[in-house]
Ligand binder design. Structure first.
Ligand code: NDP
Length: 288
């Protein structure tokens, strides 16, 4: 069994992107620019956005974190996104989710111009992905494809089961696997006989949001398992720890390769955000 080291792969990708970013700065006369918008003070979102800002700076990009108060109005957020859309120094705009309940999330995501939509959530980018046209691809599924390739997994012809059909993970993941010529099954909360379906999978992507949901005895021997889930669970000593959507200890007995949590899919998501920012910058500058 191979433990897929997402942390190491993300570090390698970030180093490559830093070199590419420096090359962009020389050619364009300015660095690639990423703007991160954070509304409110959700602790996890604060950590995520800070990490994104720091990672972009470490890759020699121009990076700005814009904070709006939790009671910011729809107009406040749209005004900021509009200003960033018009700012020629900014190539990528990321609005951190979830947004406070009173805001219209879809309308805000739609206000990000598709060419600056480094999260790949705009309908134009989602449509292009399903048409097989060049687009900006959601970061987490893109990271999963990098991880599969890193372990030499030949996706073509394989049966991939994606558990979860969210717009940010499950659906784009299925599209990317389909584009790489896998035979794809998308499972969700209404799927009947899920363990039996998972047992037919060569590749399993778990994006469910339920701690240690997929068990080792659900897996076909030799399956490659990517665990997208991030779940915080209480331990008996009153502390907490992060676990994935896959029960790692039983799955590792059966899988040929598996991502741990933490240190698997998570680190790749930020690396792919940097990759998207650079792709957006190169396209905007006419370099790609
Ligand atoms: P969502 O809650 O949006 O989607 C969860 C999906 O799982 C839904 O499609 C749901 O089905 C399905 N599901 C729920 N319960 C079951 C069940 N019992 N059997 C089968 N399917 C089920 O979550 P996300 O896609 O946003 O995230 C999934 C996980 O990945 C979370 O743990 C999240 O924290 C993590 N995540 C990690 C990232 C990273 O960087 N590593 C990035 C993004 C997310 P239905 O549609 O029917 O409700």
């Amino acid at each position: 069994m191979m433990r897929i080291d997402g942390k190491a792969l993300a570090e390698t990708l970030r180093q490559t992107l830093a070199v590419r970013s420096q090359g962009f700065t020389v050619r364009a006369g300015r660095p690639a620019g990423l703007a991160v918008v954070l509304v409110g003070d959700d602790p996890a979102s604060q950590v995520y956005t800070r990490n994104k800002e720091k990672a972009a700076q470490a890759a020699s990009m121009h990076s700005v974190l814009h904070r709006l108060p939790v009671d910011a109005t729809q107009v406040d957020v749209l005004t900021l996104v509009g200003a960033l859309a018009a700012d020629s120094a900014i190539d990528g705009i990321l609005v951190q989710l979830p947004l406070p309940q009173h805001l219209d999330e879809r309308a805000i995501l739609d206000a990000v111009p598709p060419e600056k939509d480094v999260d790949g959530f705009h309908p134009i980018n989602i449509g292009k992905l399903s048409l097989g046209l060049p687009s900006l691809v959601p970061c987490t599924p893109q990271g999963c494809v990098h991880l599969l390739r890193s372990v030499g997994c030949d996706i073509a012809g394989k049966h991939a089961v994606v558990i979860g059909r969210s717009n940010i993970v499950g659906k784009p993941m299925a599209q990317l696997l389909l584009a790489a010529h896998a035979t794809v099954t998308i499972a969700h909360s209404r799927t009947a006989n899920l363990p039996d379906i998972v047992r037919t999978a060569d590749i399993v992507v778990a994006a469910v949001g339920r701690a240690e949901f997929v068990r080792g005895d659900w897996l076909k021997p030799g399956a490659v398992v990517l665990d997208v889930g991030i779940n915080r669970v209480q331990t008996t000593d009153g502390k907490s720890r992060l676990v994935g959507d896959v029960h790692y200890d039983s799955a590792m007995q059966v899988a040929s390769a598996i991502t741990p949590v933490p240190g698997g899919v998570g680190p790749m998501t930020i690396a792919c955000l940097l990759e998207n920012t650079l792709i957006a910058a190169e396209r905007r500058a006419g370099h790609a």
